[in-house]
Design a protein around this ligand. Structure first.
Ligand SMILES: NC(=O)c1ccc[n+]([C@@H]2O[C@H](COP(=O)([O-])OP(=O)(O)OC[C@H]3O[C@@H](n4cnc5c(N)ncnc54)[C@H](O)[C@@H]3O)[C@@H](O)[C@H]2O)c1
Length: 338
């Protein structure tokens, strides 16, 4: 087994932090990203970077052969739920069709281990909370369907071609690298934590809270926030065990505790010491009231627990990033990470 790992989407939020963690752990990483959303300057200096598309078999084959890749972590995808409802073809095209091409090229070129970034969106509206991996898979939007499609395809390649596979179903990734230089910078930004801190920094007039009449203690939606570095380390733990064969293929990654939007807001105000204006508006179509992971399968099998177990710690790292990078990576400007 080589020590070389291909990370697709490595210039994105979770991909970049995972790339940094892999490099710190001594792996050789090659990043493939078309920079449709990512940031070149989020990557560690010296990491081989190919600006290209996962759907381009020539590029993927060249990388696999040139770097003797036998392990792939696949982050590259579009992930805006609302956009996927409005323009499903973007999600079936970029995530599913190009994802299928990527997997096919990997299998045909001898890749042995493949880790997929999956999502809680594969479950749809939960009928049981916390949500275990055995929960029915009933996506409610094209984004969730595109990820479930890749899970099924990988399962099939596992059966026919002995590909070792893992689908890591993340709940809500949040926070920034502890060094404060690598963090979340999406355009458009739809995630709660960055939006809260952008509002604190007066980059936005106010925070819109979608729905104040859910059947939750304070009426706002509850989500499970996992620190992005914990997610990154979970990927490394999976890679290290894959050759022995994993007991399962699907693993939830969350901390197993939910926080409402207003709870996150309150803690964020304490962390940054600023008042953050907000307004409660209509619910967003398709948002379940509560999404909390049952992550016991992963914790038990990998003897794992999140290092950032408290929301405040997650928010502190996020605030450190936003405070020092109010314009995100601002590529080429003073705030560029490298
Ligand atoms: N952020 C979360 O909370 C969350 C939750 C669940 C699942 N996920 C999944 O985790 C993964 C990473 O999420 P993120 O928040 O880091 O997203 P991101 O948008 O920051 O990163 C995705 C990266 O993939 C690249 N990319 C997209 N399509 C590509 C293509 N066809 N070829 C090459 N590169 C391409 C983008 O340029 C970007 O750098 C995604 O697959 C997402 O669906 C994220």
């Amino acid at each position: 087994m080589s020590n070389n790992i291909l990370v697709t989407g490595g210039a994105g939020y979770i991909g970049a932090i995972t790339t940094w963690e892999l490099v710190r752990a001594g792996y050789s990483v090659v990043v493939l990203d078309n920079l449709s959303k990512g940031h070149r300057s989020a990557l560690p200096p010296g990491v081989p970077f190919v600006e290209g598309d996962i759907g381009d078999p020539v590029v993927v084959e060249e990388i696999i052969n040139a770097h003797e890749i036998d392990r792939v972590i696949h982050f590259a995808a579009f992930s805006l739920v609302g956009e996927s409802v409005e323009q499903p073809w973007l999600y079936f095209g970029n995530n599913l069709i190009k994802g299928i091409r990527l997997i096919e090229t990997c299998v045909l070129n001898g890749v042995k281990n493949f880790v997929l970034s999956s999502t809680a969106a594969v479950y749809g509206d939960p009928i049981q909370v916390p949500i275990p991996e055995t929960h029915p898979l009933m996506p409610k939007n094209p984004y969730g369907f595109s990820k479930l499609g890749l899970e099924n395809l990988l399962e099939s390649y596992h059966q026919t071609h002995d590909l070792n596979v893992a689908f890591l179903r993340y709940f809500n990734a949040a926070g920034a690298d502890a060094g404060g230089e690598i963090g979340e910078d999406h355009d458009p930004e739809t995630h709660l934590v960055p939006i809260i801190f952008q509002t604190a920094l007066k980059k936005r007039e106010k925070l819109y809270v979608y729905g104040g009449d859910y059947d939750t203690p304070d009426g706002t939606a509850i989500r499970d926030y996992i620190h992005v570095t914990d997610l990154a380390r979970a990927h490394i733990a999976v890679l290290n065990k894959m050759d022995e064969g994993l007991k399962h293929h699907a693993y939830n990654l969350g901390i197993g505790r939910g926080y409402s939007v207003l709870e996150v807001l309150k803690e964020a105000q304490e962390v940054c010491g600023l008042e953050i204006p907000y307004e409660i508006t209509e619910r967003r179509a398709g948002d379940p009231p509560i999404l909390v992971a049952d992550s016991r399968r992963f914790a038990k099998e990998f003897d794992w627990q999140p290092e950032y177990g408290a929301l405040t710690e997650i928010l502190q790292t996020a605030w450190q990033w936003h405070r020092t990078h109010p314009n995100g990576y601002d590529e080429g400007g003073e705030n560029a990470a490298v």
